[in-house]
Design a protein around this ligand. Structure first.
Ligand SMILES: C[S@@+](CC[C@H](N)C(=O)[O-])C[C@H]1O[C@@H](n2cnc3c(N)ncnc32)[C@H](O)[C@@H]1O
Length: 412
């Protein structure tokens, strides 16, 4: 039994994205690598007076939204334009008049769809789209999207809220199953796609849920900025009093892969190549074209592999491991990027400020990668103090996989 399992750490669904589904705006759309709002609230609520809180890896904006609900200023960056849009919609303040006009617009859209008074938009260029949606659902979604566009041609809060509801509906009507870390497809035997009026009712319910969340406006403020966490000073200004984040894990999870249905429907993606390019721009991306780029990737001149990694990299790259060399490059690049990110953070942290990085460890070909220890070593190398790794939960049934809070304090 591992030392951590022996400490009695267990899998906790309240510490995963599943907890967020019942938490108002946090539950609007699911992203499986989102962390639990409960973890974030525990870290944020320790700080009484209003502060500037940064999350450089925004995802679904869990940190920025929690910060704003607690009356702080939440600032977040992400390299994915869809998540920047979604986070901004989640953080906006909605007066009652906007809620009423959105409700009315939603009713007009459904009425027009029901009467067949809209010209369906073209189906998005998603590979094997018929695996995602049965023909009836696809037709309904094309009409619904067209109805929303017709109702609100220009960007507006009403259009944003309708589109969030549309995203919920499109994923609800899809064959996508979220029964493990990432997305797969349900068996045909598991499908229960409603028809006609039921699909309309689903959109009505989704819009209702979105409007209920929108009704609860945050006290504080928030801002989501498009940008690369390896070049933070190019896009945001410090100083920040607290940093709470969950960076991409070193586990080859592709956010684009999971987000692609929303991104294609909302015109944030137009081809598989585009998806691969976006994944390559993200830390830890290895999807599509990102894989072939990774094969050619070399450690930049002047940078070096962290001593804690050397042994793991050579074990992963062993000839017996089919894609060992590729994966050892993946891990080397991942930590090179994370170091660049932390270096770019330094000018933005206030003296004495605290950082919390929620990270999971990984295994490659049976080699345990103690991701948390490498983060801790990078923080120490760069001058942070009080660096600690606290295990939070067991990640899944694999006995050696855990999630940690790697915390540190900037001197001062
Ligand atoms: C683990 S997810 C964050 C989840 C988030 N805590 C939440 O609750 O939804 C990591 C995020 O980092 C983003 N990301 C990856 N590389 C990035 C980069 N270079 N700069 C900024 N964001 C990046 C991904 O798009 C993804 O949204």
């Amino acid at each position: 039994m591992s030392a951590l399992a022996a400490q009695g750490l267990r899998q906790r669904t309240d510490y995963t994205h599943k907890f967020n589904t019942r938490a108002g705006r946090h539950g609007w759309l699911r992203l499986t690598p989102a962390y639990s709002v409960k973890i974030v609230e525990a870290l944020i609520s320790r700080h009484g007076r209003p502060r500037r809180i940064l999350d450089p890896f925004c995802g679904t904006a869990t940190t920025a939204l929690s910060a704003a609900y607690h009356g702080h200023e939440g600032v977040s960056t992400d390299i994915n334009p869809f998540l920047v849009w979604l986070g901004s919609v989640k953080l906006a303040r909605y007066p009652r008049s906007v809620l009423a006009s959105t409700r009315a617009a939603g009713a007009r859209v459904l009425d027009a769809v029901g009467r067949g008074a809209v010209e369906p938009v073209e189906t998005p260029p998603i590979h094997n789209i018929e695996r995602w949606w049965p023909a009836t659902a696809l037709t309904f979604l094309c009409m619904l999207k067209s109805g929303i566009e017709q109702e609100s041609e220009k960007p507006s809060p009403e259009r944003d809220l309708l589109l969030v509801a549309f995203c919920r509906t499109l994923i609800g009507l899809s064959n996508a199953a979220f029964n493990h870390q990432s997305m797969s497809f349900k068996d045909a035997s598991q499908l229960s796609i409603p028809f006609g009026g039921d699909m309309e009712q689903r959109f009505r319910d989704d819009l209702q849920l979105v409007l209920e969340g929108a009704h609860n406006n945050p006290k504080g403020t928030g801002q989501i900025v498009f940008g690369d966490a390896r070049n933070l000073t190019q896009v945001i200004d410090g100083p920040f009093d607290l940093i709470v984040t969950s960076p991409p894990y070193a586990n080859r999870m592709s956010y684009i892969r999971e987000l692609r249905p929303y991104m294609y429907w909302l015109d944030f993606l137009d081809s598989g190549r585009h998806a691969g390019e976006l994944d390559w721009s993200a830390i830890g991306g290895t999807w599509g074209v990102a894989t072939s780029r990774l094969i050619r990737w070399e450690m930049p001149n002047g940078s070096c592999v962290h001593p804690l990694l050397v042994d793991s990299l050579s074990k992963i790259a062993h000839d017996d491991n089919k894609n060992g060399l590729l994966l050892s490059k993946y891990v080397a690049k991942y930590f090179n990027d994370i170091r660049d990110h932390i270096v770019s953070l330094l000018p933005l942290v206030k003296q004495g400020s605290e950082l919390h990085y929620i990270v999971g460890n990984s295994t490659f070909y049976g080699v345990l990668l103690s991701v948390e220890k490498i983060y801790a070593a990078i923080f120490e190398d760069l001058g942070f103090e009080e660096v600690q790794c606290s295990a939070i939960r067991k990640r899944n049934s694999k006995k050696e996989l855990f999630e940690f809070d790697v915390s540190a304090r900037w001197p001062g």
